[in-house]
Design a protein around this ligand. Structure first.
Ligand code: SAM
Ligand code: SAM
Ligand code: SF4
Length: 469
């Protein structure tokens, strides 16, 4: 059985670049390439690292705080936002996403303070999407209205399951009833802009119970659904329980069936699958996440946040992959001392950038258009890169992959198998780029010397960063 695409969904991360325009209606359109103007735009991710407790399956960057340090956290988030905005060449922020951890533990005034800082430093349109992730607890729900007053206009609610027994096994801090109430309240406040996260492949789950649960969710949810296959993350309690035989999770062919069943059900309810894990109706796609998948620039603020942007001072051309310090207390000290807590920055080579554009772009149902690819690779078009490889030809003939006048994308069946197709695509990309490099430099290097050592590096880098998808 080929590995399910959803498995890597959360592992494979985002790019960010300068090649699109954002119109004031909030609609994002691919526009004529206007390098200078577009390099001045980015989305902003803000990480709130604290949770009330540890869910049994989660290995995101989160900490259980014993005492409140919200005042200092707020100051540092503001400071780092200011520093990174200054360092980037960005004058316009097109979307903001407060993720975590549990950002709904933050006081609404903290959210307001960060948004005010953004507005002071850059243009943040009233129409820009501002999302906050919410754990559906009574406390979280009671603050929704104040979050809206602070500037939030989209909620992403971590429902995970509608089965109380399963919520207990997962270690969640809410009941299914509380989740339903939170969805209702969020929809009242932000109609059409509420998303729910739900996980499948959970312990003891069957395809039938998953079908019923999803149908129940679809009766109450708004216009956006994110479906994540539960990943057993090393080091988590659930991982140990499964290893020890105390808990069993559905086999891979069962989770593959759950995914297909969910895709069909969502389709019947008018939801368009626009990405491996994401479904929207009435065009309620997540603009923030789209900016990751489209390879636009983004700035990451807060412990463990990552970003992709071109910093000032290196000639203004090379995009960096940046990761902030993970541990909140250390991050706070660094921000206090030098204005930001960037722990790691790597300049992305042209090949690395294209690899990210490929891996992220293929996650979207629309795939990568010729025009989109050309923005990043003006010299080598999609057909030139992928049109001649035998392996890629086989994927095209199998009907899982499509390369036509629109561009390169997965078919309906192929999207489920994206993980298994990516290695062939990456190898071909690397081969073609290396050949191009040889031609450009007139270097008579043995082709074998240039074989794909990069794929391993890309997978390593991306696996160390996790974002939604
Ligand atoms: C990191 S959480 C942060 C938001 C919030 N604290 C919550 O739990 O809803 C974001 C999403 O990641 C997904 N997630 C976390 N751990 C996962 C895992 N091991 N497998 C699949 N999805 C996971 C969950 O669906 C969750 O809604
Ligand atoms: C798993 S996704 C779920 C998003 C939700 N489905 C939606 O569309 O609104 C969100 C999580 O990914 C992680 N994430 C997203 N962007 C990130 C970034 N730039 N840096 C670090 N973590 C990020 C955070 O843990 C965040 O809680
Ligand atoms: S899933 Fe969400 S609430 Fe649970 S530990 Fe992870 S970040 Fe915290």
């Amino acid at each position: 059985m080929i590995r399910h695409a959803c498995l890597t969904v959360r592992r494979v991360l985002s790019v960010g670049l300068r090649c699109f325009s954002h119109v004031s209606t909030g609609e994002i359109i691919e526009d004529e390439f206007e390098w200078t103007h577009l390099s001045r735009q980015a989305s902003l991710y803000v990480h709130w690292p604290y949770c009330l407790r540890r869910c049994s399956y989660c290995n995101f960057n989160k900490y259980i705080s014993r005492q409140s340090n919200e005042h200092i956290m707020t100051e540092c988030l503001q400071k780092e936002t200011e520093s990174l905005l200054q360092l980037s060449q960005v004058s316009s922020i097109t979307s903001v996403f407060f993720g975590g951890g549990t950002p709904s533990l933050a006081h609404p005034s903290t959210i307001a303070a960060v948004l005010e800082t953004v507005s002071r430093q850059a243009n943040l349109s009233d129409q820009a999407e501002v999302t906050l992730e919410v754990n559906p607890t009574p406390v979280g729900m009671s603050k929704l209205e104040d979050y809206c007053r602070a500037g939030v206009n989209r909620f992403s609610i971590g429902v995970q399951s509608l089965q109380d027994e399963d919520l207990k096994i997962l270690g969640r801090d809410h009941s299914s009833h509380q989740a339903l109430q939170t969805i209702e309240e969020a929809r009242r406040l932000c109609p059409g802009r509420v998303s729910v996260d739900v996980m499948f492949g959970r312990p003891k789950q069957s395809v039938e119970s998953w079908e019923d649960e999803l149908s129940e969710l679809l009766r109450v949810c708004d216009d956006h659904v994110s479906l994540y296959q539960l990943t057993l993350e090393r080091g988590t309690q659930l991982f140990k329980q499964v290893q020890g035989g105390q808990v069993t999770v559905p086999a891979e062919d069962v989770t593959a069936e759950m995914y297909q069943c969910a895709r069909r059900t969502l389709d019947q309810h008018g939801f368009l699958q626009y990405e491996v894990s994401n479904f929207a109706r009435h065009n309620a796609v997540s603009h923030h996440n789209m900016s990751y998948w489209k390879g636009r620039q983004y700035i990451g603020v807060g412990p463990g946040a990552h970003g992709r942007f071109v910093p000032l001072g290196d000639g203004g051309v090379t995009r960096e992959a940046r990761t902030q310090t993970l541990e909140p207390d250390v991050w706070i000290r660094e921000v206090q001392q030098r204005g930001h807590g960037t722990r790691r920055k790597i300049q992305l080579s042209h090949l690395e950038l294209l690899e990210e554009v490929l891996v992220m772009g293929m996650r979207m149902s629309e795939g990568i258009s010729h025009k989109h690819w050309e923005l990043f690779s003006p010299q080598l078009g999609l057909r030139e890169v992928f049109g001649t490889s035998t392996e890629v030809q086989e994927l095209l003939q199998s009907g899982r992959l499509i390369l036509d006048d629109r561009g390169l994308r997965c078919s309906w069946d192929g999207l489920d198998l994206l993980d298994s197709m990516l290695p062939a695509l990456l190898v071909e990309l690397e081969r073609q780029i290396c050949q191009q490099l040889q031609k450009d430099c007139h270097v008579d290097t043995n082709k074998e010397d240039l074989q794909p050592t990069m794929t391993g590096m890309l997978i390593k880098r991306m696996a160390s960063e996790k974002a939604c998808s």
